[in-house]
Each structure stands twice: as structure tokens, then as C-alpha cells.
Design a binder for this molecule. Sequence first.
Ligand SMILES: NC(=O)c1ccc[n+]([C@@H]2O[C@H](COP(=O)([O-])OP(=O)(O)OC[C@H]3O[C@@H](n4cnc5c(N)ncnc54)[C@H](O)[C@@H]3O)[C@@H](O)[C@H]2O)c1
Length: 256
Amino acid sequence: MTSRIAIITGSAGDIGRAIAARLSNDHDIIVLADLDLEAATRAAEKLGDGFVPMKLDVTDADSCAAMATATAAMGDVVTLVNNAGASRAVSLHSTSVENWQLDRSLNLDGAYFVFQALADQLIASKGAIVNIASVNGMGVFGHPAYSAAKAGMTHLTKLIAVEYGKYGIRANTVAPGTVRTQAWEDRAVANPNVFEEAAEHYALGRIVNPDDVAEAVGFLASPLAAAITGVCLPVDCGLTAGIPALARTFSQSDDY
Ligand SMILES: NC(=O)c1ccc[n+]([C@@H]2O[C@H](COP(=O)([O-])OP(=O)(O)OC[C@H]3O[C@@H](n4cnc5c(N)ncnc54)[C@H](O)[C@@H]3O)[C@@H](O)[C@H]2O)c1
């Protein structure tokens, strides 16, 4: 039997590690592909057997090609999770051309580069792709260049779904709301109550945790989602459905 491989980019991070742990339930090898090889190696050691750290810069097509060569020798790549992502610029006013390009490169171009490098292997395996976008790609919540790139990533998902569906490839997007991760460190220092304040806007009264995202990815990558492709699934505790405080203001009803 050939090994079933899942590749997760940015997998040394908090959400990536949770996805890796979830996908180990139904994959033989989990490739923890990250720019930070030391952190990926630490994560692999902690997660246990079957987790393989790998250096990857998603913004570098040659690095993506090198990863594809390595995984081709390991087994069948059946799942790709484009999870590497981050944002630098917080508002349009404070965005520089350089920051715009960096955010676009990491959050949009990177997902395309990784897909492009692995397309043949995913065709061969009739594989599944899950792109980790964000609620920021669906509405305006700050971080404009990142948000535009995540909206582009959601469209890239549809492009793959429609053009590669004939090969049996499925592609879907997961759009998380606020998740407490290292990406929030600076904001948590600036405002120690940032997560409590954010939670007040969510219908469920809480923010998302990494395992919430991982379960959605696990489902979309599995045969349970065999007829689902090209969709964007918000994992956002209701944020994109509506904001209770606004509904209260608009309706002047305490029912919200
Ligand atoms: N944390 C949130 O609130 C939140 C909300 C919505 C969406 N997301 C998305 O979830 C994903 C994971 O976010 P997180 O909060 O776990 O981030 P994180 O900062 O904890 O982890 C991101 C990982 O990506 C890696 N990385 C950075 N640049 C890379 C590159 N060029 N090539 C390969 N790897 C690279 C980093 O080394 C890091 O390990 C991101 O795509 C992010 O946009 C996060």
C-alpha cells in the first residue's frame, strides 16, 4: 500500500498544528511544511510518528517545486492544505507598496505556487485541497492587503474546483474568524482584552479555536465531503451571519 500524504503549509503555527493532528486520523504521513524549519521540527517531534517537517517558502516557486519532488518520492499526496498566511498592514492608510506586495505574495501567490507544484500529484490521487482564507476575505475587518489576498484565494479555490473537477480534484475554502494564535501577539500586548472584546461581536459569544478550524478541514478533505467543491465554509462562530449588537440597534429589540 502506498502512503497517503497530507501536506499542510504554515504548519508550525497554531492552526496548522491543529490541522496536522486532525489529519493524522486519516492520513499515513503529514508533511509539516513551513518557512521556519526549526519550529516545524519541534512540532513534528511533539506530534509523534508520521509527521515529517519540511522547509518551504510558499512565495518561492523553486522551493515549492523542491517540496513536490520530495513528496513524490514519499507516497501519494491526497490532501493539500494551504494554511501559510499572515498580514502586515493594518489599514489602507498605513499600507506601503512593499507591504501590499508582501501580503499578496504570501496569502495569494503562495497558495497558487504550491498548488501549481503539486497539481500532477493531486490529479494522480484525485486529491482534495483546502485553502485557509479568512472572514477578512468576506467583509472589512482591517488588514486590507491581507483581506484582498484572502478574497483572491477564495476565488482561486473556485478556479481550481471548476477547471480540475474533471480529474476528481476537489477544492474548498475554510474562512476562520478570530483565532487566538501567535499571529495575535502584538495586538494582545497592545490590548490585553482584545479577545474578550472580539468575542462580544460573535453570535456564539466566543471566538474560534484551532480545533474548530481543524475539524472543518478534516471534513472537507474526507470522503464525507465527496460532493462538495468550490465552496467557502466560514468557521466563524456566526460573525459573517450578523452581529447581535447591530441587530439590537437596528431593531430596538432586546431579543438580540
Ligand atoms: N489567527 C486568526 O485569527 C486567523 C483568522 C483567520 C484566518 N487565519 C489564517 O489561518 C492561517 C494560520 O494562521 P495562524 O494564526 O495559525 O498563524 P501563525 O502565525 O500561528 O502560523 C503561520 C505559519 O506560517 C508560516 N509561514 C510564514 N510565511 C511562510 C512562507 N512564506 N512559507 C511557508 N510558511 C510560512 C510561519 O512560519 C508560521 O509557522 C493563516 O493563513 C491565517 O491567515 C488566521
